[in-house]
Design a protein around this ligand. Structure first.
Ligand SMILES: Cc1cc2nc3c(=O)[nH]c(=O)nc-3n(C[C@H](O)[C@H](O)[C@H](O)COP(=O)(O)OP(=O)(O)OC[C@H]3O[C@@H](n4cnc5c(N)ncnc54)[C@H](O)[C@@H]3O)c2cc1C
Length: 406
């Protein structure tokens, strides 16, 4: 018996370790095209970028621990094709590895800036450790940093750059920050936070082109005809799922590799998990793709169970976090199609939550510097507690009383 995992990130490692914990004793190969042991990405835009974390602390496990678990880790190895008929994965070297079970955990890659001049050496992205190292090396010499994209990664980079004393401008094509994920009250709160720290924003306008200057800096021209001079550009304009292997092998794909609630692809021998999947979670009516540690870990466990022949449905609650300066945003649930957003607490105090409802049911909670309320919100959602919207908005109401009896 042999199981091969393509992609040695958060989800890939989770599957490997869950298989061993599930008493799988056969050959287990974990293939990654990066040159590092599996590592955590969240610190790359936070502590690591701020030079407060060594590389070794990013790694989930020392390599010896992978060896101890008899996980054959193959770094710097790219899988170039899946031969489903022969049940083999094909490596860039031409080598073929047989499998009885296969997991695809290939993650995502950054969306490149679609403008003339985007190949300027000052243009950086942030997805992997190599990107973070490059950015960390370049940051000290840059006085002016332009961030394109006011999403989580762009804002975390903006906060880190500002804390390092850089002049920071954020260009966001929409009219508010983190617009796809949070309510306007949260966007406004973070815009005020960044402005108070000295960040400048340009909303509702896109980047049109980048022109090199003789001194190594560049001019960024915006779609409204204005321009910004800067030394370093960090683009955080979203990601694309790494699904080409799956597409070429004839597996069903949409905006991600399509998997069912058991993390199974359209080939019963192949599972997929993490950022690369277009998946079903029993909690939600529609399939979707998520980019989060929670999803990589929890869906990875489901995928491992399926490889072991157990059918465990995916129904974990999504959660996410973002750190900007000393402010922690914690999110639970999926609030995108809410019809009511109620604020609990006073945003001006710096600590509050937003409770999202759809047809009267709680679908998500964003907490800003309220870790205890975030944990309570998780419990409320996990237990399917009925939370009246007016109670959520009333800070004097004890939400614990909404929890079902233990
Ligand atoms: C800067 C940054 C900050 C983040 N902050 C947060 C946060 O605060 N909270 C949170 O919840 N999430 C955060 N995330 C998201 C989180 O890190 C991802 O959701 C998680 O890493 C997804 O895990 P994954 O295993 O699906 O993909 P990845 O970790 O991306 O792993 C996929 C791996 O597969 C490899 N691969 C792809 N194709 C091949 C191939 N053909 N052959 C071999 N290997 C291949 C890739 O190189 C990569 O190493 C952040 C991400 C980034 C980049």
């Amino acid at each position: 018996m042999s199981i091969v995992i393509v992609g040695a990130g958060q989800a890939g490692l989770q599957i490997a370790e869950s298989l061993r914990r599930g008493a799988y004793e056969g050959r287990l190969v974990l293939i990654g095209d990066e040159s590092f042991p599996p590592y955590q990405r969240p610190p790359l835009s936070k502590k690591y970028l701020a030079d407060q974390m060594a590389d070794e602390r990013l790694y989930f496990r020392p390599l010896e621990q992978l060896e101890k678990q008899q996980i054959e880790f193959r770094p710097q190895t790219r899988v170039t094709a899946l031969d489903r008929e022969a049940r083999e994965v094909v490596l860039a070297s031409g080598e073929r590895l047989p499998y009885e079970g296969l997991a695809l955990t290939t993650g995502t890659r950054v969306r490149p800036l679609p403008v003339p001049g985007a190949d300027h050496p000052a243009v950086c992205y942030l997805r992997g450790l190599d990107d973070a190292r490059r950015l960390r090396e370049r940051l000290p010499a840059a006085a002016r940093v332009l961030v394109v994209g006011g999403g989580f990664i762009g804002l975390e980079v903006a906060a880190t750059a500002r804390a390092a004393g850089k002049q920071v401008t954020v260009v966001e094509a929409l009219d508010r920050l983190m617009a796809r994920a949070v309510a306007p009250v949260v966007s406004d709160h973070f815009a005020s936070l960044h402005r108070a720290r000295g960040v400048e924003f340009r909303f509702g306008v896109g980047l049109a082109s980048i022109t090199a200057q003789a001194d190594g800096s560049f001019t960024a021209s915006l779609a409204d005809g204005s321009s910004i001079q800067a030394d370093l550009l960090v683009a955080g304009i979203g990601v694309l799922p790494n699904q080409e292997l799956a597409v070429a092998a004839g597996l069903e794909c949409r905006s991600g590799i399509v998997v069912d609630e058991y993390a199974r692809t359209s080939d019963p021998r192949i599972v997929a998990a993490g950022d690369c999947t277009w998946h079903i979670n029993r909690r939600f009516a529609a399939a979707h793709r998520l980019e989060s540690v929670q999803n990589a870990v929890d869906q990875g466990k489901i995928a491992a169970a399926s490889l072991l022949g157990h059918s465990v449905p995916y129904q974990d609650l999504p959660w996410f976090w973002s750190d900007q300066y000393d402010v922690k945003l914690q999110m639970v649930g999926l609030s995108q199609d809410h019809d009511a957003a109620l604020v609990r607490g006073e945003p001006a105090s710096g600590a509050f939550s937003v409770f999202y409802f759809k047809t009267g049911a709680l679908v998500g909670v964003d907490s800003i510097n309220r870790p205890a309320e975030h944990m309570l919100a998780r419990k409320l959602m996990q237990t399917g507690a009925v939370v009246p919207p007016e109670a959520a908005a009333d800070p004097a109401f004890d939400l614990k009383t909404c929890l079902p009896p233990a």
